[in-house]
Design a protein around this ligand. Structure first.
Ligand SMILES: Nc1ncnc2c1ncn2[C@@H]1O[C@H](COP(=O)(O)OP(=O)(O)OP(=O)(O)O)[C@@H](O)[C@H]1O
Ligand SMILES: [Mg+2]
Length: 248
């Protein structure tokens, strides 16, 4: 079995009286595509925020390569090769596709130097162009991101998360609102990055067909707790999972 790179242990997050994540544990193994599913509001995005350092968990631990990284800032997690996309698009509509990618690369590096020199510098353009080619966005490279279709913007958003050349990317609903053609394209590119570069993914997604096709394993959350874990076929047949979805 592939080695575990990320351990999430009893992570809990409360907001005032609301317990959004209530003691969730799971492992992420090197090179896998792990799906996270569950009804709206069950704590999926909050869990990502706790792993990547956007939020401090109320309790529990996040361990990366055996090192406790609980509560480290997002830039520190980026430096360790862990990156993410957000549920809502993070692209800058006024910037071109290439400029968005360069900016994302600067954010991942987080160096003062690149911030001081702005968009023209620091040799990230070749990396951006490689990413543009990889995601087959060449014909859109100089277009303003705001002029792209929603699906194309989601693809750009995913490409931005890969600008750091990360080992592990957490994707929060990459397929949400994306049409079938773009969905096929996104799926194919994620598969390629996984196969060619050995990148590990954790994917939150409501599109069940997408999850069932892409993911090797699935963790199911309901009301802040993990209720099931297994292959897509196993979790789909699990009565607790069916109940969580039907009862919602
Ligand atoms: N910053 C916050 N302050 C207060 N409550 C929050 C905050 N963020 C999330 N919550 C609450 O925590 C719970 C879990 O929300 P979360 O966004 O993690 O769910 P989700 O599983 O990602 O849902 P969806 O599938 O709709 O994206 C919800 O009840 C939500 O209202
Ligand atoms: Mg969410």
């Amino acid at each position: 079995m592939a080695k575990t790179i990320l351990e999430v242990r009893d992570v809990k997050k409360t907001f005032g009286g609301i317990t959004a994540v209530n003691g969730v544990s799971f492992d992420v193994r090197e090179g896998e595509i792990l799906g996270i599913i569950g009804p709206n509001g069950c704590g999926k995005s909050t869990l990502f925020n706790c792993i990547l350092g956007q939020l401090q968990p109320t309790d529990g631990r996040v361990v990366l390569d055996g090192e406790d990284v609980t509560g480290l800032r997002p830039s520190e997690m980026n430096r360790r090769g862990v990156s993410r996309t957000f549920q809502l698009l993070q692209v800058f509509p006024q910037l071109s596709v290439r400029e968005n990618l360069i900016l994302a690369g600067q954010e991942h590096r987080g160096t003062m130097l690149s911030r001081l020199f702005g968009l023209r510098d620091v040799g990230l353009a070749p990396d951006a162009d490689r990413m543009i080619a990889f995601f087959r966005l060449q014909h859109l490279a100089d277009e303003k991101a705001g002029g792209l279709s929603y699906g194309q913007q989601k693809l750009l958003d995913a490409a931005m998360a890969f600008m750091a050349g990360p080992r592990m990317v957490l994707l929060d609903e990459p397929a949400g609102g994306v049409n079938l053609t773009m969905l096929g394209h996104l799926e194919e590119r994620l598969r390629a990055i996984n196969a060619e570069q050995g990148a590990t993914f954790v994917v939150i997604e409501h599109n069940m067909d997408f999850v069932m096709r892409l993911c090797t394993r699935v963790v199911v959350l309901a009301e802040g707790r993990k209720i099931a874990e297994g292959t897509p076929t196993e979790v789909r047949a699990n009565p607790a999972v069916i109940e969580a979805y039907l009862g919602h």
